[in-house]
Design a protein around this ligand. Structure first.
Ligand SMILES: Cc1cc2nc3c(=O)[nH]c(=O)nc-3n(C[C@H](O)[C@H](O)[C@H](O)COP(=O)(O)OP(=O)(O)OC[C@H]3O[C@@H](n4cnc5c(N)ncnc54)[C@H](O)[C@@H]3O)c2cc1C
Length: 464
């Protein structure tokens, strides 16, 4: 029964997230004789990359996860082996965290789960910067496009364009083409010279480099046009996507017909729960985002709270496994129990190595820092509250606001259902551009519960 599961009843570790980081953290805790509670809003373990389809779906792992299917199988098997040794709640949305207690929505009912120690392994979501037409039905994020394919075997359209940048751009385009969709074009905001600049650093990870080159080569060999150094101009179509216009590296406007667009500019960490738990944050230049402060083992600034995997900083699935285990070991160390120090050191060394590869990836797929200057005033930045770029600029000009939370209070940007998870990257860039400062100088949106959309019925029942 949850809440009475550890020998020492005062010790109740809780892990949020059953992705690669959460699973490895749980394994470490169980190996030390603890019985953690694991909570995940998904129906099955695996996280984003190793997401499992609903039971009964027949696509083999080799088709679902491609070259990563052995790793996916490893994580799924580990999770199976943990059955009976952990308390695992699926479809459990953690929507608030305060005073060592989590508020969790399970089966339409909200309940509280106290913790003595908390490992946040909450992963990431796509990072988007709006452009005209981005709200047209048929525009998805890159990750969302992949979720449709991986989870349900569905494509977002029959004639699809993938745009943005990052390794996921080529991977998802490849997965779609392999699955039988017509990929009409891959539009990469990174220039060929950016890819070349990252190449030397990528030699540290020859497997990853080979995979990336393979996807690009395969797409070209199968007639998929790849355009580099582009800027998306607008999505065509009113009730449904009918095409996309982009500007090429020479500044010419080009367009292609399609019925769906997958779009994204790498990933952003899911940090809301860390924020609500009171963790301190630092601005991370590489992620161009505020991330929870952590030591090499994953300890946050709050005693007993640990962060691991993409939720602590984007580093990919292999790093997530290592960081999850390391955070588990840190928790065990902090309980005064013995850990294998050599293993802990080795994990940190491997993580540092992956960190260097990440720098090269960032050079290969740089964030388009010129985005804000091209944005017209009528572009909707915050879709929940329908806040335009013009409203944000006017707020800066007319009120002198210089900080994200002040701008939020004055305009309602980031105050809607997504709580800034979708719009904060764009809003930050616009505010910084309007003020002629770097994004680190405009602060970060403080998190508010519920961290994700939540049935209003439950809230009403809570209060009555
Ligand atoms: C949509 C998407 C697709 C991706 N596809 C690939 C890919 O094909 N190849 C690749 O190399 N990388 C991919 N990535 C990146 C990859 O997912 C990560 O590097 C890796 O999964 C990180 O592992 P993790 O354990 O840190 O987080 P994740 O695997 O993201 O797991 C986090 C888990 O936390 C749960 N969670 C988050 N917030 C809450 C909450 N409030 N309450 C309850 N549960 C919560 C989520 O349901 C999820 O299961 C993808 C990322 C995204 C966002």
């Amino acid at each position: 029964m949850i809440g009475t599961n550890n020998d020492a009843t005062a010790i109740q570790p809780v892990i949020v997230g059953a992705g690669p980081a959460g699973v490895r953290a749980a394994e470490a805790l169980v190996a030390a004789g603890l019985r953690p509670i694991m909570l995940d809003e998904a129906a099955r373990a695996g996280g984003q990359i190793y997401r499992q389809p609903p039971p009964g779906f027949k696509r083999p792992k080799s088709a679902l996860y491609g070259s990563e299917h052995h790793k996916a199988d490893g994580v799924h098997r580990s999770m199976d082996a943990l059955a009976g040794k952990i308390d695992y709640l699926t479809q459990a949305l953690v929507w608030h965290c305060e005073g060592n207690v989590l508020d969790v929505l399970v089966d339409g009912v909200t309940r509280t789960i106290p913790y003595s120690h908390l490992i946040l392994a909450t992963g990431a979501t796509d990072r988007v910067l709006p452009f005209p037409g981005w709200l047209t039905p048929g525009v998805y994020t890159l990750g969302g496009s992949q979720v449709a394919l991986k989870y349900q075997g569905c494509a977002i359209g029959a004639d699809v364009v993938f745009a943005g940048t990052g390794p996921l751009l080529y991977l998802v385009a490849y997965q779609y083409a392999k699955a039988g969709a017509r990929v009409r074009a891959v539009l990469d905001t990174a220039r060929v010279s950016d890819h070349a600049a990252g190449l030397t650093g990528m030699l540290r990870a020859p497997g990853l480099l080979a995979k990336g080159l393979y996807y690009m080569g395969w797409l070209r060999a199968h007639g998929v046009p790849i355009h580099n150094g582009i800027r998306p101009v607008r999505v065509l179509g009113d009730e449904r996507v009918s095409g996309i216009v982009w500007r090429d590296a020479q500044g010419r406007e080009l367009q292609v017909e399609c019925d769906a667009v997958g779009y994204g500019l790498a990933l952003r960490s899911e940090t809301q729960l860390a924020s609500l738990a009171g963790c301190q944050f630092d601005f991370n230049r590489q992620d161009r985002a505020w991330l929870p402060t952590r030591d090499r083992a994953g300890r946050s600034s709050v005693s007993g709270v640990y962060v691991a995997g993409d939720g602590a900083g984007i580093a990919g699935a292999d790093a997530a496994e290592l960081a999850g285990e390391r955070a588990g070991l840190a928790l065990i160390e902090d309980l005064g129990m013995k850990v294998d120090a050599a293993r802990a050191q080795d994990l940190e060394k491997q993580l540092a190595g992956i960190g260097r590869v990440r720098q090269a990836l960032e050079r290969s797929f740089p964030f388009p820092t010129d985005w804000a200057e091209s944005v017209q005033d009528d572009l909707v930045i915050c879709r929940c509250e329908e806040i335009t770029a013009g409203t944000l600029r006017a707020c800066v000009a007319e009120t002198g606001a210089r900080e994200m939370n002040r701008v939020k209070a004055l305009t309602r940007v980031g105050m809607g259902r997504c709580q800034g998870r979708m719009c904060s990257a764009g809003a930050t860039e616009l505010l910084a551009h309007a003020l002629k400062v770097g994004p680190e100088q405009v602060g970060r949106l403080r998190s508010q519960p519920p961290v994700k959309p939540f049935p209003i019925r439950v809230m009403v029942e809570e209060q009555s």
